[in-house]
Design a protein around this ligand. Structure first.
Ligand code: F6R
Length: 247
């Protein structure tokens, strides 16, 4: 189902509180909490609120294990455009999560190693008990993670060729489209679908068209996010701009 908030700030705080409640519940059960995380502009305010709760309310991340959705390929972790850098900048450097609990696809793996590496990424998620919660943004192509149009319902973590629209949207951050990597490693649709709970964030009018297709359109690999319609515990959290074309 979908929930539409007046503004993305209030919506982000609600989502952060859901994540915090899950972390605390697991602490009570002496169990780890396995989170699937996204980068990009959409989740920034969620991470900010989680950091605030750590600093002001003592929310601990010691029992949290994270798996990020994607990383550009090739990409060095210390590069400021990397998702490794993004996650440390916005969340990991400011909370008490043990570094060994953090998993982000490695943008430095060689061509020969990628297949084995991607399989091991999915295996690690499974070995940790699966994703309790997956946070998603959505690209204008309808991608979730970097599962571009054409992605298979049963796809696992793999190397993908980025869509032109995705590269154009990333161009400002890379000071020109020519500098945007052509490939990425992404969790697959199947990897994401296995999460016990999914929350997709959509902010602003420039997402309204793709949000309409995602929620009201036919389920199809042309808009990979439509696969989420079949998940039994997925919420689309929108602001009025992103929800403006829904009937
Ligand atoms: C990022 C990711 C992408 C983004 C999407 C939206 O890890 O998986 O699917 O969520 O490209 O990006 P923003 O939030 O910048 O509009």
């Amino acid at each position: 189902h979908n929930v539409i908030f007046e503004d993305s700030n209030e919506a982000s705080i609600q989502v952060a509180h859901e994540i915090a409640a899950l972390i605390k519940k697991r602490q009570g059960q002496k169990r780890n909490c396995v989170l699937g995380l996204a980068t990009g502009s959409s989740p920034i305010r969620v991470y900010e609120e989680l950091v605030r709760m750590h600093k002001e309310e003592g929310l601990s991340f010691k029992n949290v294990i994270t798996f990020n959705l994607d990383e550009y390929l090739p990409m060095e972790p210390n590069n400021i455009q990397s998702y490794f850098y993004f996650m440390h900048e916005h969340l990991f450097n400011h909370v008490d999560i043990p570094e060994k609990n953090i998993h982000i696809p490695d943008g430095t793996v060689s061509n020969e190693e990628t297949t084995a590496y991607c399989l091991s990424y999915d295996r690690k998620i499974k070995e940790n008990g699966g994703l309790d919660f997956q946070l998603l943004g959505i690209g204008r192509t309808g991608h979730i993670g970097f599962n571009e149009p054409g992605s298979h319902f049963n796809s696992g973590t793999r190397v993908i060729t980025l869509d032109h629209i995705t590269r154009a949207d990333a161009a400002p951050a890379f000071l020109g489209i020519a500098n945007v990597p052509r490939k990425a490693i992404t969790m697959g649709i199947s990897t994401v679908r296995k999460a016990k709970r999914i929350v997709l964030l959509g902010w602003g009018e420039n997402k309204a068209g793709i949000i309409k297709k995602t929620i009201e359109g036919d389920i199809s690999s042309h808009v990979p996010a439509t696969y989420l319609q079949e998940h039994d515990n997925c919420t689309f959290v929108l602001d009025t701009g992103a929800g403006s074309e829904l009937t």
